[in-house]
Ligand binder design. Structure first.
Ligand SMILES: NC(=O)c1ccc[n+]([C@@H]2O[C@H](COP(=O)([O-])OP(=O)(O)OC[C@H]3O[C@@H](n4cnc5c(N)ncnc54)[C@H](O)[C@@H]3O)[C@@H](O)[C@H]2O)c1
Length: 345
């Protein structure tokens, strides 16, 4: 093998899509997944690669130094997805987000420095920008050069990890690259998140909870377009990417209400299911990113339009009802509340 890649959080939504994608297109790579299997991690997400001799899995915590040392041994590249990721949970329990997202990233960076890895991809998020706006407050898609103004404890923890990773490039010359992607959707997404929550509730004829006036917007990207961008970044010449930040987005801005209406209409359900609930605390009005830099430097563009991606996603959830049943059987109280009643604070 030319490269051995450590993927943290590879049993989660984006991580598992990434592992499946890279193993299918890069014959020269071996992949080691390190994942704690929190409520969001699911080995079923990796079913299609379990038999691949280039794949191995370690259950463990990125905050544990010896676990990370053992997992990273022999790896020359790292892609770091593992994190606590749900904004609503971060409002309830900020401490666990700082622990995993900041301290876990610190542990990985330290061991990566010790081993001299030749590529470290920090999966950050567009949430670090807060509301998408220019320095003088004009609403427009975020640029990599914009100030970071995270609003939720999740976003603030990710911003800490993002800048910590950057500091390892600036201080130690570690070949770090940071990506800030917009909202992902697609197969294997835990149903606490907006689109799979709407899909599962619509399929089961349960209410669709809409925050506030439903007009908050996000820029939606199909997960496979995100993973394609990451593969491009991973294989790019170091001089094009080391110490750089890249936004990744699909120019598909849509409001919560529009998403709910699209899903209800595609599933042939009535809009009577729409149920307005009190707004999320500190709710960001608009997230959107300008990805021109990634297009200019590496020639990446998204290939899946929202209408096509959402059709694929709905069809995946319809075909994989046993996946959803297994997730629900874990009896996650937070998820049960979100699915049954809308989000409760
Ligand atoms: N989902 C999005 O729309 C989006 C957008 C931009 C960036 N991101 C970032 O992408 C990454 C992956 O997001 P996702 O939506 O796939 O998340 P997810 O919640 O589906 O998966 C997170 C994974 O990390 C694992 N994990 C959590 N804590 C761990 C720990 N201490 N040690 C080891 N593993 C641990 C979980 O078990 C799970 O498998 C995150 O860093 C997130 O901030 C997500």
């Amino acid at each position: 093998m030319q490269h051995t890649l450590l993927v943290t959080g590879g049993a989660g939504f984006i991580g598992s899509n990434f592992v499946q994608h890279i193993l299918s297109v890069q014959p020269d790579i071996a992949v080691v997944v390190l994942d704690k299997l929190t409520y969001a991690g699911n080995l079923e997400n990796l079913d299609t690669v379990q038999a691949d001799p280039r794949f191995s899995f370690i259950q463990g915590d990125i905050c544990d130094v010896e676990t990370v040392r053992a997992a990273m041994k022999g790896c020359d590249w790292v892609v770091h997805f593992a994190a606590e990721t749900h904004v609503d949970r971060s409002i309830l329990h900020p401490g666990s987000f700082v622990h995993t997202d900041v301290e876990g990233t610190l542990t990985l960076l330290e061991i990566a420095r010790e081993y001299g890895v030749s590529r470290f991809v920090q999966i950050s998020t567009d949430e670090v920008y807060g509301n998408a706006e220019s320095p003088d407050g004009l609403s427009r898609p975020s640029l990599e050069t914009d100030a970071i103004k995270p609003l939720s404890p999740y976003a603030a923890s990710k911003a800490g990890a993002d800048r910590l990773a950057f500091s390892y490039w600036a201080t130690y010359g570690m070949p770090v690259v940071i990506t800030r992607c917009s909202n992902n959707y697609g197969p294997y997404q835990y149903p606490e998140k907006q689109l799979p929550l709407f899909i599962s509730n619509a399929m089961a004829h349960r209410p669709i909870p809409i925050y506030g006036d439903g007009k908050n917007t996000r820029d939606w990207i199909y997960v496979r377009d995100h993973t394609a961008a990451l593969i491009k970044i991973l294989y790019a010449p170091s001089e094009h990417i080391a110490g750089e930040v890249f936004n990744i987005g699909a120019n598909e801005e849509r409001s919560i209400l529009e998403n709910a209406q699209t899903i209800l209409s595609r599933l042939g359900k009535s809009e009577d299911l729409l149920t307005f609930v009190p707004d999320r605390l500190g709710h960001v009005r608009r997230h959107a990113v300008n990805s021109a830099k990634l297009q200019r430097v590496l020639g990446w563009t998204p290939s899946v339009r929202f209408e096509e991606g959402i059709a694929e996603t709905i069809s995946w959830y319809q075909k994989n009802t046993s996946w959803l049943e297994h997730v629900l059987a874990k009896k996650d109280l937070f998820l049960e509340n979100a699915l049954q009643l809308g989000i409760k604070h």
